[in-house]
Design a protein around this ligand. Structure first.
Ligand code: GLV
Length: 319
């Protein structure tokens, strides 16, 4: 029987699809990642690996495997996998696109709204007993309706965010490696260079994949171009934004606020400088976290694994 290793507990109904045809070992602790030495040992004799975006599947780990055929990542992003090393060994790499698009766009928009209208801060203000009276400028935020939204990276999720922005009569700009004329027309959005987008947007949404090219795409210089009233939203990957530069821009009020679902090093260190600022909302990477979507992601990751190993049916190959 072919052997699989799964780096996190999966829903029973999804697991049963595998158990008939494969021998499965699984890291079943919900609240801790699989230790590196365990993973290094486990990959040695397996045919398939089902992993999370937080598992670092680097060349060293890949070199430990003797017969690995497929790495099924339970995420759409796959920056945690060394693609070169996988390619060299002819190992298939798959992801879970599609199912999480709308859920992640929902969260992006929720975070945008929560940051603009200071929802977390306002709730804490009330709970901490600070609400003594109503006052005119108490907890005032930024308007969303009619504002300008700048989307960096117009993939499926970026498009879904642009679609939501229509309901708020937002003027939407986008910057992308390639122009998407059909989407521009359909959603009435405008292509600009990065500099124009940063200068003109009230909300800048980072939605691009994390690659060598996009690492620290948003740094001191880019933040310096943004409006003082502007808000940065990142629901893609932490490494796209230079966090030290962001901290300084927020602290010195060069920009107004930030909403981050992702951080360079996850989980966040509680001494992280961004946690000292009131004008930042930080979330624990929950973009795709609805019950339905997370279940669907597990299902697709398992299907990729089965189909990749049996050679039947389709898989979401990323190489
Ligand atoms: C989540 O961040 C994903 O890449 O699926």
């Amino acid at each position: 029987m072919r052997k699989l290793y799964i780096t996190r507990k999966l829903p029973e109904e999804v697991l049963t699809k595998l158990s008939a045809s494969f021998s499965i070992r699984m890291w079943d602790k919900e609240d801790q990642p699989v230790p590196r030495h365990t993973l290094e040992k486990e990959v040695e004799d397996i045919d398939g690996l089902l992993c999370l975006l937080t598992d670092n599947i680097d060349s060293h780990l890949i070199s430990k495997s003797k017969k690995l055929k497929i790495i099924s990542n339970m995420a759409v992003g796959y920056n945690n996998i060394d693609m070169e090393a996988a390619n060299e060994r002819n190992i298939m790499v798959t992801n879970t696109p599609g199912v999480l698009t709308e859920t992640t766009a929902d969260l992006t928009f929720a975070l945008l709204m929560a940051t603009a209208r200071r929802l977390v801060e306002s709730s804490n203000y009330l709970r901490d007993g600070n609400w003594k009276t109503w006052s005119l400028m108490m907890l005032t935020g930024q308007d969303i309706f009619g504002a300008t939204l700048g989307i960096i990276g117009l993939g499926n999720i970026g498009e879904a965010v642009a679609r939501r922005a229509q309901g708020f009569s937002m003027k939407t700009l986008y910057y992308n490696r390639s122009r998407k004329y059909d989407v521009e027309k359909e959603l009435n959005i405008i292509y600009t260079d990065l500099e124009t987008l940063l200068k003109e947007s009230d909300f800048v949404c980072v939605m691009t994949p994390y690659t060598k090219e996009t690492e620290h795409l948003i740094g001191k210089e880019q933040l310096g171009l943004m409006k003082e009233s502007a808000i940065l939203i990142n629901t893609a990957r932490g490494g796209i934004v230079d966090e030290q530069a962001l901290y300084e821009a927020l602290k010195s009020k060069k920009i107004w606020g930030a909403g981050l679902d992702v951080i360079e090093k996850e989980p966040i260190d509680l001494n992280h400088s961004l946690l000292t600022l009131p004008n930042v909302i930080l979330l624990p990477h929950i973009g795709s976290a609805s019950v339905k979507t997370r279940t669907a992601m597990a299902d697709i990751a398992v299907t990729n694994l089965i189909n990749g190993l049996t050679g039947e049916g389709t898989i979401h190959l990323v190489k």
